[in-house]
Design a protein around this ligand. Sequence first.
Ligand code: ADP
Ligand code: ZN
Ligand code: ZN
Length: 736
Amino acid sequence: MSEQYVQVAVPVPMRQLFTYQVPEELQTPPIKIGERVAVSFGARKVIAIVIAITDKCDIDSKIKPISQRLNDSFHLSDFLVNYLKLCATYYHHPIGDVFQQALPKLLRQVKKVDLQPPMVWQSAELIENEQKEQLAKVETKAPKQFALFQLIAKHHGISWAELRTLGYSKAQLNALVAKDLIKQVKHRPGQFSWQDSKLTQENKQVLSTEQALIVAAINQSLDRFSCHLIDGVTGSGKTEVYLQAMENVLANHQQVLVIVPEIGLTPQTLLRFEQRFSVPISLHHSNLNDTERLDTWLSAQQGSAAIVIGTRSAIFSPLHKLGMIIVDEEHDSSLKQQDSFRYHGRDIAILRARQTNIPIILGSATPSFESLQNALSGKYQYHQLRKRAGKSNKAKITLIDVAQQQMEFGLSGTLKHEIKQTLARGEQALIFLNRRGYAPAINCQECHWLSDCQRCDKPYTYHQKQQLLICHHCGSQKRVPKQCPKCGSVRIAPVGQGTEQLEQRIGEIFPDVSVVRIDRDSTRKKGELTKLLQEITDKKHQLLIGTQMLAKGHHFPDVTLVAVLDGDGALFSFDFRASEQMAQLLIQVAGRAGRASKPGKVLVQTSYPDHPLLQDLVHNGYQHFAKQALAERKQAMLPPFSYQALFRAEANYPSYPEKFLRLLTELTFTNCQFAGPVPAAMEKKAGKFRYHLILQAKSRKDLHIAIFQLLAAIPNNEWQSKVRWSLDIDPIDLNW
Ligand code: ADP
Ligand code: ZN
Ligand code: ZN
């Protein structure tokens, strides 16, 4: 036996690998890259991943041995190891942390994983007449139960996680169990292999010419890397294109990875995949427990899952036969992780497609300016779907000048009139107000004292139902004071309006109308969102009030009016991306109107109806707006025409982060510029003072070189121990 050493990634925030020795007794069977080993690190024993193996070591100090090899089947492939290394390099992020985030929790523990085969649901064989009668009864009396039965019968081995995500309840399952119609069995997954019978023709649409051309273009590039941007309004048939493009990949016995911003919000989309393909589908999202997450990981690794659908971190799934990646709603900011490892799910999906040499499809009704620019410049294949599929028409957007109108609870006369008419026709109206809580502040009506969070210097939001003041920035809470702490007056009142207040008050304008509110507060309870969405589809409610939670991807066929109460939020922000985000949000909300055959209307209340941005968006559409804005960005040399990295620093005193960042600017680079340091838009948050320093370059390479040098200089920065700092490559939120 010879000497052997391994370099491993350890879950610590350090940008380096660590070397350990492999003791002789642990050298057989041969150790492999991607293996999980246990090592002692400081006083802890941690799981590390083998990244390199050597028989020499030129470190002088004593090298510790690895303590244990896990020897289970959960090792990472060379391919995945390389991919994660690429990700760490691109984001200049500690490699151990990247591996940590890419692995399910159970694989990050030293404790041996004892994994039982997962339990799945199957339909019972209906031999007895009694069962058949039962089923017939279910079909007529309980349509939801029947739909559940059909889904289970079709998929033959569907997990509770899937059913739950699709909005089914334990009660519905139990009802079918009680009737002997379904049963739970141990799942013993084999390799997924395709048969034509796995494709359901029922809901498959005959493609429009535009759609067919896209599918054909994608089909032509199945064996190589290519990036396709599908730019199409909500309802234009993007999902249908995804589904038909996937067919060939699955028929090739390859796997498809679908990344979505949030699964729980759009169970209908998930259902479309389940209905089209009766193949094993694994889910990956935050509402799974640790075992379920590991099940998904394993099903990807072992090739039993044909499709993995998940939120951003699903991009790290160990799919060995990956044949296509789809990123839906590619503009959505929740694809970017906003703490520790700040990756963008879309961007590293492209990296993965490139590494795997497969096509990737990005879809959106409001493409990010980055993707749009890449499409316009020919780097991506650009596909447009200009019309809504089927019969529905695009909704028309109209601006309402609130300065000219008498307002009642934030609603103008015109708006009230339109809502009334919509309700009179038996249709639904959606009111969008992106502010949850009862009121965004409370104040004293005598001395004008405002209740501010001391830790953030921002007003508390008043939540009436809980009788609490809650800071939406740091989460701190306090009771509503009975008297003004400054002058003692009892005349304390809410200022402004949030969704909670609107829900209460709107009944005064529209009595006898059922109102439903959808925001983070009203959907906190598990299963509540699914329940409310179902009630909307069932037309139990006529008026829908919601925050941006309601703007995302839902299909509400009977909503024909969408009202945006305050369209001005982002018009005057300092963040150059604010107008892009505003336009995306407005168009996404507008996309909820008139989905079925009924025409829709969108009304946007504003104090600045003549604002050029709003005018452009309303009259010329998102594309035109985006092209204008891109021209401006080009002039100003802002992304996507340049590349940025953002150093953030925070401390208990404002001078520390400022000095820390200022020292960084003393290094000079020929092709990079610094902007800052400046106080962050929210200078104080949760008691910390926050500063920004932006580094910008015309080429990504120059930016990376500069970052390497800056990171190397930080250990010698005399302020570094006094601040908490982080690095954000391609930042999208400058508000932090
Ligand atoms: P998007 O993903 O762009 O919102 P979808 O694929 O969900 O669009 O399509 C919207 C609706 O139109 C769906 O009900 C879908 O079944 C239907 N649809 C899509 N393509 C076609 C087509 N070629 N012919 C008829 N209906 C279609
Ligand atoms: Zn007062
Ligand atoms: Zn606060």
